[in-house]
Design a protein around this ligand. Structure first.
Ligand code: GSH
Length: 214
């Protein structure tokens, strides 16, 4: 850390986007306070939280006077503050950016939507099918890449891996069998072995989450 200002993370363990920030804090050894925003009861849409993030989404990260409301900004900011997991120069920045864009385009609008629909929606229908096509395209991109690359970018663990890991950690919730993606499965194990790795429930503990299986 470059100063003594404390970090406050607003999030919820259901959120893959908040998990990115929580992982980055943990894996860089950055202490933080956690403020739970209860996505399950609409806490993200309550007036008190909307003052922090008018978009009504998590994560939000406060560091002194700075307020970050986008998960990928939190990764880039923490990389700069800690000197860890970030790019060295624009050639690396661009390759990391490819995977951050991939996360939004194929995981955020694909795999993560499938998971949400299966857990909380109908899990079928034309909208679901659309997410399936996007998610399948995304899995078809990452599997061959990781078959020939140990990490997503730059030949070392970077914020690209931290951005992509949370959604990959719940592939089965999205209806995939991780065994069908052996290179992704091996990368998941490499990622989990990195110092500071922890589960979202340990980094953002919220009573009652995950819900007991019925
Ligand atoms: N672009 C935002 C997306 C954040 C986001 O979608 N958060 C979800 C949880 S993963 C959320 O708060 N959803 C609540 C809602 O939209 O009502 C980021 O990358 O941080």
């Amino acid at each position: 850390m470059t100063d003594n200002l404390s970090y406050v993370l607003y999030g919820h363990p259901r959120s893959g986007n908040a998990y990115k920030t929580a992982l980055m804090l943990s894996m860089t050894g950055t202490p933080y306070e956690f403020e739970a925003v209860d996505l399950m009861t609409g806490g993200n849409l309550e007036a008190e939280y909307l003052k922090i993030n008018p978009l009504g989404k998590v994560p939000a990260l406060v560091h002194g006077d700075l307020l970050l409301r986008q998960s990928h900004d939190t990764l880039r900011y923490l990389a700069e503050q800690t000197g860890q997991f970030g790019p060295n120069g624009w050639a690396e920045e661009a390759r990391i950016g490819d995977w951050i864009g991939y996360q939004i385009d194929f995981l955020g609008y694909g795999v993560a939507r499938l998971r949400f629909e299966r857990l909380f929606g109908g899990g079928e229908g034309p909208v679901y099918d659309y997410f399936q096509v996007t998610a399948d395209r995304g899995m078809g991109i990452v599997e061959p890449h990781l078959a020939t690359n140990e990490w997503l970018a730059c030949g070392r663990p970077t914020i690209a891996d931290i951005a992509v890991y949370p959604v990959m950690s719940y592939l089965s919730d999205a209806g995939y069998d991780v065994g069908d993606f052996p290179a992704v499965a091996a990368w998941i194990e490499r990622f989990k072995a990195l110092p500071g790795f922890a589960l979202q429930t340990d980094l953002m503990p919220v009573e009652g989450w995950p819900p007991a299986a019925k």
